[in-house]
Design a protein around this ligand. Structure first.
Ligand code: BG6
Length: 520
């Protein structure tokens, strides 16, 4: 079914700007049970994503959105809550009365304590069977990780992990563990009560349009493959810079820091997609097996590497986007002598035939000058410079950039002749921005929820992937835990001590991450 059919089915729904991008397969109706219904993730990401899916008729009339929380709410309170959150995060869903009425009909609320078996009995009574008699259920754990095991066990004991009556899938948010040991333990707990094929470990970076495009770009074009290796690529930079600080999340962030929060999950996942071999098929296990091979090939860190290839720092006060912001240590609930890193950069090497000695340099930080996420593939310079007699002493490197946000798209920089009588050269930037096509994009959570409902697990991490990535970063975590102090950088600047030195063995400097590409 294409998107026109979808629009025809629900004439009350407006045509969204990304109509051309929808056209997704329609999943079977399901009960979407959100544990942590009153939480931040639910209001900011899950409810808007579900409302978007409803708009495209991807939920079906027999689907339900069941909020579970300890709050002393009644059904009417939940409905009002959803209304108010959508008004803030996706107003179109509410301002269009037929759309809101249809969403409203799908809403149910179950109150109770996650540790109380009675809650799960109440839940069973609320589940709605579709026309074909099937009762599919997606459980979304938007709750603190300390509750995961309890909920899994109680679901299992209530018979809710059993797939006789329909599919039962459980979605779990990051952080998945805090180190290898805890991730391994968590995997065992999940796998005691659910089969691996029922578990969806979400990493929302994999739902981003530009990340998925990376796969298409790599494997649906033949021009790239001959270049995609150590013979032509000098190094790869993956950068996620944020302007925000830690907000109200000190409790979590103080125990996490940038390495755990971003590098172990989002950035390493992206790295595996850049580096993996073409999978046999797009079946989840074929893709994940290739990603896993990349992780297994990552060169372990020696003592010297821990010194030379890993950089961390913490923001001091400064000015971001024109506003003064406090130092990390002055943020609410942060220890005044905290050594938690708000910036981390790590240089990885992948010891295999394709990537031997090609640095993959990953960096991420908060309170940086702009919010930009991108992957930059930096190619080697041509073997000989034929144009030395001009002012141009050295040839610039070609660069292929995948911009994850903002302005998702791709950019290839090439050297070209400057028009005129000389052979002077200039840099041409060939841009293919999605936004130029006049199309909006599905949010990462929308893509991922749609995939869970379809049973497509390729964009979710498998148990062994998560454990392996913890194993890789654990020596860094241990080395940093011993340090008594931490370098600082002024908020709103890229003045990070040691960051430039990470590229000492790479050709070229860090790509200048600006939100406005003209400033490059
Ligand atoms: C989350 C991290 O997983 O990703 C946050 O916990 C971070 O600290 C966020 O801000 C970044 O996501 P995005 O999609 O805004 O780049």
């Amino acid at each position: 079914m294409n998107h026109h059919d979808i629009i025809n089915q629900e004439p009350s729904l407006e045509k969204a700007p990304y109509a051309c991008l929808v056209g997704g397969e329609i999943p079977e109706p399901a009960n979407i049970v959100i544990f942590g219904a009153s939480g931040d993730l639910t209001k900011r990401k899950l409810l808007p994503a579900l409302a978007h899916m409803h708009r495209w008729n991807l939920l079906g009339p027999h689907s339900r959105i069941i909020g579970v929380s300890r709050e002393q709410w009644k059904q009417s309170h939940w409905v009002n809550y959803v209304h108010d959150q959508l008004l803030q995060y996706f107003p179109d869903a509410v301002l269009n009365p037929p759309s809101w009425q249809a969403i409203n009909k799908k809403l149910n609320f179950v109150r109770g304590d996650l540790s109380d078996p009675q809650l799960y009995q109440e839940l069973i009574k609320t589940l709605h069977a579709a026309e074909d008699g099937k009762t599919n259920v997606l459980f979304y754990l938007a709750i603190p990780p300390s509750w995961y095991a309890t909920v899994c066990k109680n679901l299992h004991d209530a018979g809710l992990s059993n797939e006789d009556a329909g599919f039962r899938r459980i979605v779990v948010e990051k952080p998945f563990g805090m180190d290898y040991h805890s991730a391994h333990q968590l995997n065992s707990e999940f796998q005691t009560y659910f089969k691996e094929s029922q578990i969806y470990r979400i990493d929302h970076y994999l739902g981003k349009e530009a990340v998925q495009n990376l796969m298409v770009f790599r494997f649906a074009n033949s021009v790239l493959e001959p270049l995609w290796n150590r013979n032509y690529i000098d190094h790869v930079q993956i950068s996620v810079s944020e302007t925000l600080g830690i907000g109200y999340r000190a409790g979590y962030y103080e125990t996490s820091g940038a390495l755990r929060d971003m590098i172990q999950s989002h950035l390493m996942q992206v790295m595996t997609l850049v580096a993996m071999e073409p999978p046999v098929s797009l079946h989840a296990d074929d893709v994940r097996t290739e990603k896993m091979k990349v992780l297994r090939a990552i060169r372990p860190f020696t003592e010297d590497d821990l010194q030379n290839n890993c950089v961390r720092a913490q923001y001091s006060d400064g000015k971001v986007e024109g506003k003064r912001v406090p130092a990390y240590r002055e943020e609410e609930d942060v220890a005044h002598n905290s050594c938690t890193e708000t910036f981390a950069a790590v240089k990885f090497y992948i010891d295999n035939w394709r990537w031997q000695n090609v640095p993959f340099v990953l960096r991420t930080g908060k309170r940086l000058p702009s919010r930009v996420s991108e992957i930059c593939i930096r190619f080697k310079t041509p073997p000989q410079n034929l144009f030395k007699n001009n002012a141009q002493q050295s040839l610039p490197q070609n660069e292929l950039v995948f911009r994850l946000q903002p302005d998702e798209g791709m950019q290839l920089s090439m050297t070209a002749k400057q028009p005129g009588l000389s052979t002077a050269m200039r840099q041409l930037k060939l841009n293919a921005l999605y936004s130029m096509e006049g199309a909006g994009m599905p949010e990462a959570y929308e893509t991922l929820l749609h995939d869970v409902l379809l049973g497509e697990a390729a964009l979710f991490s498998r148990a062994d992937e998560v454990e392996e990535s913890w194993k890789i970063v654990e020596p860094i975590m241990q080395a940093w835990a011993k340090e008594q102090d931490i370098a600082t950088y002024e908020a709103g600047t890229w003045e990070i001590p040691g960051m430039d030195e990470l590229l000492n063995d790479c050709c070229g400097a860090w790509r200048n991450c600006h939100a406005d590409d003209e400033e490059q």
